[in-house]
Design a protein around this ligand. Sequence first.
Ligand code: ADP
Ligand code: MG
Length: 312
Amino acid sequence: RTVLRELTEIMIKNPDISPSEALPGSDPSVFHKRYLKKMRDLGEGHFGKVTLYLYDPANDGTGERVAVKALKQEGGHVHEGWMKEIEILKSLYHSNIVKYKGCCTELGGQVVQLIMEYLPLGSLREYLPKRKLGVPQCLLFAQQICQGMDYLHSKRYIHRDLAARNVLVENDSLVKIGDFGLTKYIPEGEIYYRVREDGDSPVFWYAIECLKESKFSFSSDIWSFGITLYEILTCCDHRQSPPTKFFEMMGNVQGQMTVMGLIKLLEKQRRLPCPRECPHEVNMLMQQCWHAEPSERPSFKCLTERIDAIRQ
Ligand code: ADP
Ligand code: MG
């Protein structure tokens, strides 16, 4: 008992030593590979693969369902970004951001899987085409995305990959932002992050300055939100998807010319059309998110209020 009391005292004096480090084996964020039972694949993007597992230490089927994300291919440089993604998600607490649960490290190796809460309805890409939502529900989801994004920006992170495929659905009235694989920290006093990337970038969600100068900022996330809002209002119908529509507008230039064609189009002030049954005010909001001048775009705080006003 004295040992326990001393341990408690040590922990009170050193709040940064977590109980898990003092008592090995009891850290709830450490998931053991042997207790993870695969149920099914959930989805994959460019970098990761997400699988549904039952975490069942009692081995009697009573465990909990968790979503496990692993990198598709491991390799030196990619690995660094992967560890960052895990650290970022670990530091985020918001009702509209997917919850981090822990990690699973393979014995001896450095391969780490990210364990997060499982959202049963998948991403908006899977959810929306099945149920044709009315405008009020679209706006509710849009507002929740704004709230999660406002929180992310308040922590000086830019998401850089906001899209329907990266918004997860808990139930008919709750969505959460997932996938922080491209998220970057913007130091105090700076306004943008410059990246040069390969051909895998989600260019149809990118703001014009991202395409032209690789400048990513809080305002470029606003542009991507506008595209995401467009996806929601078109129920992620692939015939109206941003790539489909932009290719139509560009006259189907493809391959290496795509980004050039897209820049030309956007410079001529061409934008995605107003989705059918989309109220005029909502279309106005979307168009403002796509203002050529980043500083003219609204903030997520402002968007939350504007959507609130439309929802009244
Ligand atoms: P990537 O970084 O490769 O794009 P994501 O994190 O976006 O990977 O996940 C890929 C897909 O897996 C998502 O589009 C979604 O369909 C599914 N998914 C991801 N996380 C979850 C989750 N927590 N619950 C349910 N499905 C998920
Ligand atoms: Mg993704």
